[in-house]
Write a protein that binds this ligand. Structure first.
Ligand code: NAI
Ligand code: MG
Length: 347
């Protein structure tokens, strides 16, 4: 048996960190089925060359041939470019990868010590403002721009179920629902109520009785995240809040270059570092490959290859703990390749 992995480095540092994740997976040997990699195109550069940021072929091959995938990062322009649409947002939709799971974990100085930050942001991945229904018109006040924010019961329920499952599997079994239903009582109200209703759905039969639930308005959640991050275990949020919260949480553990994620659906999983294409450091060979290696680990764990996943995580933790081979985002002086080689040595 082989494990077919689609690789979509896309733009910027994605091209530096995805090859590192590939090398780390290859080093796992018999802990996973023999990996077979398929290189696939997407991103801004693909758009400038072909007029399409997400070629149909990429989606088809992922869907029909791959067991899983790793995505790097795209460079999306901040201004509207006719015909361009972010391929990562489109891919999540096309493959129905409805959950973006983002564990944020600090590495304790000693093995066996409890990390000070150990939380998971579970971000709804298909709707909210990311449906990108925006219009601009001209009215009495000059230009007027509007965006539609979609929250559905179905999407809120399935992300809620995913969040309860994750909470149940963790030692603290605590779930915080993030919303802003004091202001957006209809949209966020629906999200909040639907997630709250998961434990009483037919068929659940008390399964989540041991999960404690709290809720927090998104703004005060950011405040608390910085003041007392240890109160959080699993946080479930609509798309935009989840995006912002996970970048904020990344700052707490030292760098966006450390934080991994998976985009998960019922039949496919795609690993993806939380960071973007980092144009400020792209091409310099100093991007931190750890977020991508950890994303590979998360992807493998999701597929049930626990041993391989654990080995990747342990190797990365050892390199961080030693602190001698780190990229500049962690105040080190090492390159992407040097960090990768340090991880490979531990493996
Ligand atoms: P960014 O995440 O690319 O960078 C933010 C800061 O973190 C920069 O200073 C960068 O150098 C640093 N950083 C990020 N990853 C790093 C790594 N692995 N090692 C060392 N330092 C790292 O966010 P930014 O600058 O706001 O966005 C840049 C581009 O990325 C934009 O075009 C944006 O649209 C895109 N983006 C793409 C995402 C994706 O593909 N999923 C997610 C976020 C942004
Ligand atoms: Mg983000």
């Amino acid at each position: 048996k082989t494990l077919k992995i689609g690789l979509i480095p896309a733009d910027g540092i994605g091209r530096e960190v995805i090859p590192a994740a590939k090398a780390a997976i290859e080093a796992l040997g018999s802990d996973i089925p023999k990996p077979e990699f398929i290189d696939l195109l997407a991103g801004w550069e693909t758009f400038t060359k072909t007029g399409n940021a997400l070629p149909h072929e990429t989606v088809d091959i992922l869907r029909d041939e791959c067991d899983c995938a790793l995505f790097g990062s795209v460079s999306s322009p901040s201004k509207k470019v006719v015909g361009y649409s972010s391929p990562i947002v489109a891919l999540r939709k096309e493959l129905d990868l409805y959950a973006n799971i983002r564990p944020v974990l600090s590495v304790a100085p000693e093995v066996g010590q409890k990390p000070t930050i150990d939380l998971v942001v579970v971000r709804e991945n298909t709707e909210c403002l990311y449906i990108k229904q925006e219009v601009q018109t001209v009215g009495e006040n000059g230009k007027e721009a509007r965006a539609t924010r979609l929250i559905t019961e179905r999407a809120s329920r399935r992300i809620g179920q995913m969040a309860f499952e994750l909470a149940l599997a963790r030692p603290r079994k605590h779930l915080t629902i993030i919303h802003k239903s004091n202001v957006l009582s209809i949209t966020d109200g629906l999200f909040r109520e639907t997630v709250r209703g998961v434990p009483t759905l037919p068929g659940v039969n008390g399964k989540y009785d041991t999960v404690t639930i709290s809720e927090q308005l998104v703004d005060s959640a950011v405040y608390r995240l910085f003041r007392e991050p240890e109160v959080f275990d699993v946080m479930v949020a609509p798309n935009l809040y989840g995006d912002i919260l996970s970048d904020a949480a990344a700052a707490l553990v030292g760098s966006l270059g450390l934080v991994p994620s998976i985009n998960a659906g019922d039949d496919f999983v795609m690993g993806e570092p939380v960071h973007g294409s980092a144009p400020d450091i792209a091409g310099k060979g100093i991007a931190n490959p750890i977020a991508s290696i950890r994303s590979a680990a998360l992807m493998l764990r999701h597929l049930g290859y626990t041993k391989g996943a654990d080995r990747l995580d342990v190797a990365v933790d050892q390199v961080i703990r030693e602190g001698t081979t780190l990229t500049p985002d962690l105040h080190g002086t090492s390159s992407t390749t040097e960090v990768l080689n340090a991880v490979l040595k531990k493996l």
